[in-house]
Design a protein around this ligand. Sequence first.
Ligand code: HEM
Length: 366
Amino acid sequence: MALRQTLSIARSAATQQMRHQAVRAFSAAPAMRNAAPLPLLAVAGAGVIGASTLYAASPASSGSSYDLEAVRAEIEKTIDDEEERRGDGTSIAPTYVRLAWHCAGTYSKEDNTGGSNGCRMRFGPEAGWGANAGLSTARISLEAVHTKFPAMSYADLYTFAGKVAVEKMGGPTIPWSAGRVDFPDGSTSPPDGRLPDADKGSDQATAAHLRDIFYRMGFDDKEIVALSGAHALGRCHEDASGFWGPWTNAETTMSNEYFRLLVEEPWTPKKTHKPDPMNGSKSCPWKGPMQYEDKTGKLMMLPSDIVLTKDESFAKHVAVYAKDEEVFFKDFAAAFGKLLALGQASGSAAAAEVGFFGKLKAMIGM
Ligand code: HEM
């Protein structure tokens, strides 16, 4: 690591340490402790020193450093243990990818608000947003990792888990660096509506919506398509989004299958539903939101996926990625790394102050 970068990390850690004093003093107040859904009041500053060791300062930490590779191993073990417990071919790893994306995807380049810094999605209002339904499973499972590595901020842990999950599922290496801090509450969360809806009623409206959402973060059409390729992984859950099913035949393997299926399959609106089509159980009418199905009824696409084949500017990238997994992996790695870093260095001091003084005012009834 260059000397200049090491010094700047040390400086940033020192600044964070000063912020901690205020937050630590305040976090002793019972009113604030009760406000957090989890014991998540640590504010951590971290930077990379050497290949895999991080220095971090956290008031919740008994030590002051952790080994990033040990964190990776723990995340991978958590994924393996959960897969074994489920035993049905599904995995929590795709949910880690979605958790990381929803942490960061609130960012706006217009005013530098939202983003992965702060990890505000642990608190209301973000934790309760419809778009974040189902993500508490991932947060709860990562809690055990945080208990082992309390010096790592939640904001770093959640984004790092997304990177590890993609890589463990055979995807490309995702650029990532430490340094996010945890904010003490959700008082600086941006307004709801910054994460994308899957359907705006027509292809044109859905395409325009995707552009509104992703251009606001600073992405272009190619990056929107590349990022959507994460839907090679995981599935929709009726009890979370209302949609049902996996996008691909190998939901725990990162590949360009999503794009190949988009191009090759004749996707039709879903009409019937077998709650468990793998077991050939009886069909009933589909009562969920509009989604598409393949001819077997086992795979799905959202309206926001299908629109990538309908809009000319999106479709040309779908065609490239369907043919060339290497290009997809390269573009996905760059775009996902950029996503995880959105807002990484933003608003720390302001947020800590707003949180601190906001809560203080609440306590003394102002
Ligand atoms: C383009 C706009 C997007 C829309 C409308 C969208 C919508 C959705 C919806 C409705 C679900 C199902 C959630 C559930 O029921 O559990 C989902 C799952 C998922 N999304 Fe997206 N998404 C978008 C972009 C992204 C991006 C950019 C990524 C990551 C780079 C991503 C990664 C995932 C993953 C991995 C899952 C599976 C989660 C699991 O298996 O638990 N999505 N998405």
